[in-house]
Ligand binder design. Structure first.
Ligand code: ZN
Length: 232
């Protein structure tokens, strides 16, 4: 443990929890790990895309320290009277596998990581809406690469769009999304209707060099859904 961390872990956990609670009315284990500086958002994104086996592998400290922090977090949340709400964490991949937090994969530890702690100030209805939102499967993300010379790690092919996988970029045919149709952003109503009618869809993003982040370009939706959404 580093000597410069003079602030007790309990205080660091409480501070991270308070900040997340103030911002979103609930706190997750990930909020804590990021808030105390052991985990970065970029690693969480890779984990959510199924590129990291378990989240603990991306946390920059040892297992006993992590479980100490998680225990402190649970005690803090209980003492504040927050409501425990177990949340599903599903990978942002076409397989939509359950994401794993711990190296051990112990069901009890997994459940404890998945638990969001919700503010008691929220009405029951708002708490339910929050839980619904958290339960919904995350969106698949497809990238419009800036560098068009890329090779699919599975088939050696290429294309206009790719999906990032652990070993590298994969083409839409290999990930099973090549039947979807591209709908550029711009028509909010059409986008909303096509998305609602499509059982499978993916968000298309492109990296903006000037803004330094990925930005939405449009959606990939089922052709049938798009056709239906276009008919008045
Ligand atoms: Zn391929």
């Amino acid at each position: 443990m580093s000597r410069k961390n003079k602030v007790p872990l309990a205080d660091r956990v409480a501070r991270a929890a308070e900040a997340a609670l103030a911002a979103r009315q609930f706190v997750s284990s990930i909020d804590i790990l990021i808030g105390i500086g052991w985990l970065d958002l970029e690693a969480v994104e890779r984990w959510r895309r199924g590129q990291i086996d378990c989240l603990e592998d991306a946390v920059r400290t040892n297992l006993p320290r992590i479980s100490e922090a998680m225990q402190l977090f649970r005690s803090w949340a209980t003492a504040q009277g927050l409501f425990a709400s177990e949340t599903a964490y599903v990978a942002r991949t076409p397989r939509r596998q359950m994401l794993r937090f711990s190296r051990s994969g112990d069901p009890q530890i997994e459940a404890s990581y998945r638990t969001h702690w919700v503010s008691p100030e929220l009405s029951e209805k708002k708490r339910e809406r929050l839980a619904d939102k958290a339960r919904r499967a995350p969106e698949l993300v497809v990238i419009q690469p800036l560098n068009t010379e890329w090779t699919c790690h599975r088939c050696g092919g290429t294309g206009d769009l790719l999906m990032m996988e652990d070993p590298g970029p994969a083409c839409l045919r290999c990930v099973g999304l090549d039947d979807l149709e591209y709908l550029p952003a711009g028509d909010a109503l059409l986008t909303r209707r096509a998305k609602a009618k499509s059982t499978r869809y993916a968000v298309v993003v492109r990296f903006s060099r000037t803004r330094g982040r990925y930005e939405r370009q449009g959606l990939l939706v089922e052709p049938q859904a798009l056709a239906e959404a276009k008919t008045p």
